[in-house]
Ligand binder design. Structure first.
Ligand SMILES: Cc1cc2nc3c(=O)[nH]c(=O)nc-3n(C[C@H](O)[C@H](O)[C@H](O)COP(=O)(O)O)c2cc1C
Length: 458
């Protein structure tokens, strides 16, 4: 991993007109961001246990908060997935979907329940049919892979319209960042966690029933499972305390039980999206070193994330989506940006450093695992019209298997087609990392691109 130097702490917006301008800046900052001018490699299929992703471009999970109040997909949900389905992406990772109504982070979040099965089936087959038609037209032989991300929002839950943190442990800084006090919400008990564990398994099995190719037991971005990973200060609990074995047990129990239940479903993918580094100082962070020097409060240490991922590998998991950060706390780690959300601040960090951190985290995980673990990586939307060349660079150097785009998919859902056909994206259509989509999320509005999509321009 490239070490931090003073220029990495200097914020600068995206002003690169030509690929060469970007190349020069990357060199000046001494960052490890590969650029490869030939993008054909992105059209290669990717093998997960003999199930094939048709190509190397994917759509990241992006909450739209446009579901009906009963958790079923709404009109705008259909609109988003239709746009994704027409994109040519080989893998569509469906957004964070709540395992129960009371663990949503927004009343308009999708909820997977027995009552909603028919509506989810309709959305899945709608997306699949359009995607496969698009992929065929573009000349791909394999069919789209659709994964559902299942989540419990943990300390970011909302109940009756109010914040209701369901915490793995108390952390005053996190509460303060959300304007909360210790009296709001709860610290979840072991008995409650046990119940949620069972519910999660049940909903993951249901994901297969509604037609997904796989399910993601979400372990990122500060939500329940990710927070449990760092619950070192949780007292007298089999799910917390110092041993990693305890802190990871909630997550690994779900994976293990799910594996047992799905053993006759050989083609069903069990996966996770994991924040392998969150930039939060020890003892509250995950993927960070114990603090030895207060000038370096959250240095990277992948020992624990790798232990958990190796356990996943032993249990047969062959697909993992690598991300970083807790966007409620340090959004730049999850999504490098030029403009913060209204009321937010610009970070003391060059956004290209943020991009290189995301790319390198995926690389480090990929390098530590057997070759057949398929790694999906993040960090491309910031690179605007040039993103395809960096994705090609990452694939070419075998640093990642699949390159997935989040905000770009809201701004320009045609990015895969455009990259396959032109290499460069139309700069008038790209994401400009203005954070408006995140602002909509914060304001509990429907999420979309206010810069490029007329639907979200008021
Ligand atoms: C509006 C919005 C919604 C998001 N929803 C999810 C989500 O449901 N699940 C998830 O794992 N990440 C979510 N993310 C994070 C993105 O998937 C992605 O990791 C991040 O935006 C960085 O990728 P990008 O630079 O391509 O946008 C969301 C991000 C934004 C801005």
């Amino acid at each position: 991993m490239i070490s931090l130097n003073p220029s990495h702490k200097q914020f600068e917006p995206f002003t690169y007109k030509k690929l060469n301008d970007l190349e020069k800046k990357i060199a000046e900052l001494g960052l490890d961001i590969p650029i490869y001018p030939r993008v054909e490699i992105l059209q290669q299929r990717v093998n997960i246990n003999n199930l094939f992703i048709p190509n190397r471009l994917a759509i990241q999970p992006m909450e739209g908060f446009d579901a009906n109040l009963d958790g079923t997909p709404g009109k705008l949900t259909y609109r988003r997935y239709e746009r994704y389905a027409k994109s040519g992406a080989g893998l569509i990772w469906f957004e964070a979907t709540a395992i129960t109504e009371d663990c949503r982070s927004n009343p308009h979040q999708l909820v997977l329940s027995e009552k909603n099965v028919k509506k989810f089936k309709e959305l899945v087959s709608f997306t699949r049919n359009i995607s496969n038609k698009t992929l065929r037209k573009l000349g791909f032989d394999n069919k789209v892979i659709l994964i559902l991300q299942l989540n419990h929002s943990g300390r970011y839950c909302i109940r009756d319209g109010k914040k209701y943190p369901i915490r793995a442990y108390l952390n005053k800084d996190f509460d303060k960042a959300k304007g909360l006090s210790e009296k709001d919400g709860i610290v979840i008990s072991d008995d409650q966690l046990k119940e949620i564990e069972e519910k999660w398994i049940q909903k993951a099995v249901l994901a297969k029933g509604v037609g997904f190719d796989g399910v993601d037991i979400k372990s990122c971005h500060g939500y329940l499972i990710h927070e449990l990973f760092s619950s070192r200060l949780r007292k007298n609990s089999k799910y917390g305390g110092n041993p990693l074995k305890n802190r990871a047990s909630f997550f690994l129990n779900i994976i293990k039980e799910l594996n047992k239940k799905m053993k006759n479903e050989r083609n069903f993918i069990i996966t996770t999206r994991m924040s392998v580094y969150d930039g939060i100082p020890y003892p509250y962070g995950f993927g960070v070193k114990p603090v030895e020097n207060e000038n370096f409060p959250a240095l990277l240490d992948l020992t624990e994330p790798l232990k958990v991922i190796n356990k996943l590998y032993k249990q047969g998991v062959r697909l993992i989506n690598i991300t970083a950060g807790n966007p409620h706390y340090k959004p730049q780690i999850t999504r490098p940006f030029d403009i913060p959300v209204k009321g937010g601040t610009l970070p003391n960090e060059h956004p290209l450093y943020g991009v290189s951190r995301l790319l390198n985290l995926a690389t480090l995980i990929k390098n530590h695992l057997p070759e057949d673990m398929v790694v999906v990586g993040s960090g491309y939307s910031y690179l605007r019209q040039f993103a395809g060349y960096i994705a090609a660079g990452m694939a070419h150097e075998k640093r990642v298997d699949v390159c997935a785009f989040g905000r770009m998919a809201l701004a320009n859902p045609n990015f895969p087609k455009q990259i396959f056909q032109e290499g460069i994206l139309d700069k008038k259509q790209v994401c400009i990392t203005c954070s408006k989509c995140s602002e909509f999320m914060k304001l509990r509005k429907n999420v979309g691109c206010a810069t490029r999509d007329p639907q979200y321009q008021s």
